[in-house]
Design a protein around this ligand. Structure first.
Ligand SMILES: Nc1ncnc2c1ncn2[C@@H]1O[C@H](COP(=O)(O)OP(=O)(O)OP(=O)(O)O)[C@@H](O)[C@H]1O
Ligand SMILES: [Mg+2]
Length: 201
């Protein structure tokens, strides 16, 4: 890894809460209003936090796929989970939170710097816990679909925990191949987040 990326990783790691988008820096479970949520949601999140969300091979590597409409609190919850896992881990370099659009921009902007783009991609692709926010926020291009599919394949094959937010359920992500969707179903528990658009309040 080159020096610039090493510095970025070290910085992201020391200041990990800063890498939550600023509007989510105060988001936690404590200030989340659970009244619109189905009763099972909290239990599943807790199982994830406590390493009790098991995959088919009975390993605690299953992640979460939070989906639902605009402004219902998906990113808020994702940030809340990220905080709790960060507090639990000794080595926070193994945990990354990034918005999908930012991931794509970060990879693109490093093209041309020798190895930088691939190393940047690798930081997020291979960390133990990846919190990937809003995979449906931008228009999907061939390039971004390719990155997302590569991420899914890599994290699936390596049993790495992945938590994702999306406006649509996995079955509706028709820009993805069946191959990728099928893996997503196996590696994440889908949780539908309900409620109203709280940005309008
Ligand atoms: N249940 C909730 N309790 C408390 N605050 C909430 C809740 N749901 C949403 N909010 C607040 O409303 C705002 C929008 O929520 P958030 O960004 O998490 O929505 P989202 O589901 O990720 O939407 P989008 O799909 O547009 O990204 C945030 O400021 C968040 O803190
Ligand atoms: Mg969001």
């Amino acid at each position: 890894m080159d020096e610039k990326l090493e510095r970025l990783l070290a910085y992201r790691t020391t200041n990990y809460v800063m890498f939550l988008p600023s509007q989510y820096q105060e988001c936690s479970f404590q200030n989340f209003d659970w009244t619109d949520q189905k009763p099972g949601i909290w239990g599943t999140i807790l199982n994830f936090i406590e390493d009790k969300l098991l995959d088919k091979k009975q390993r605690p590597f299953k992640g979460l796929f939070l989906f639902g409409s605009f402004g219902v609190g998906k990113s808020h919850l994702l940030a809340g989970i990220y905080r709790v896992i960060a507090a639990k881990l000794e080595d926070v370099s193994e945990l990354q939170f990034i918005e999908f659009a930012e991931l794509i921009d970060g990879i693109k902007h490093r093209f041309g710097e020798t190895g930088a783009s691939a190393s940047f991609e690798q930081i997020f692709k291979s960390c133990d816990y990846l919190f990937l926010d809003d995979i449906t926020s931008t228009r999907m291009t061939e390039f971004s679909i390719d990155i997302l599919e590569k991420f899914i394949q890599y994290r699936y094959s390596n049993g790495l925990r992945t938590c994702i937010t999306s406006q649509f359920g996995i079955e509706k992500l028709d820009f993805l191949s069946f191959h990728a969707r099928s893996r997503l179903f196996e590696m994440c528990v889908p949780l539908e987040i309900k409620g109203r658009d709280r940005r309008l309040e």
